[in-house]
Design a protein around this ligand. Sequence first.
Ligand SMILES: [Zn+2]
Length: 279
Amino acid sequence: MATCVRIGNITITAIRDIGPLAFPASNVFSDMPEDGWDSRPHHLNKAKEFPTNFSVFLVQSADSTMIVDAGGGPGPHEALGGAEGQLMNALATHGVSPEDIDHVFFSHLHFDHIGWALRSNPGAESTPTFPNARYVISTPEWKHWTQPDVLSSSPVEQAIYPLERMGLVDLTDDETPVATGMRAIATPGHTPGHQSLLVESEGEIGFIAGDVLHNTVQFEMPDLCADFDEDKATARVTRRTVLEKLAAERTMTTFGHLLIDSNIGHVIKVEDRYSWQPV
Ligand SMILES: [Zn+2]
């Protein structure tokens, strides 16, 4: 299936930084009723685990080269079986150098979305991995993660916070334009300032939804939250609102934790039930 789509003159390419990975479903969806997976085994892998990957979306237009999210980073990541991030190799495969990136748009600041933002230099200050980029973060997300007690216990302190001192952070709110034909849309709940990117070109619309959901089971069970959703009540409202709108407008959509090759598609609504139709 597709890893690349065109929205008018804008191209969106899905890139896998890390994965595929799999985790026990009960560790990720502890709210699922005990027999909930029995009738829905197709949302898990053969070992009945939650399959996922850490994706980045490359968004290229005539006047902008953007990545949405910055993956898990180079690694090796001991907690992920020694996995090493593939973003840089993948960008090179697409003919994109780090210098070409003019915006790094963060859906939110969890560790699996910020890993490549800064390059650490032994014995010296970190430097931006994408030296010509603005780093785009929502205002509520920034406010949340930079509270002193939150910051000091989070990877954001090392991986993102130095960007502010370098003058490279741009803060957004709902509907803030980011580049021509692209704007931030507030989709809170997974984190306080989670945001998605709306892409419009030549009458076509695309929506890079970030972590509004994590698994295809959430199309049929939109109230089911992953345990990573920080404010589950808000995440449920956002998920239902977003799915309803995406289905009604048949918007080309991406979700970063769905498996690559099936993480670009349409949300379909038949009667009261949503489903996912990858392109
Ligand atoms: Zn994530």
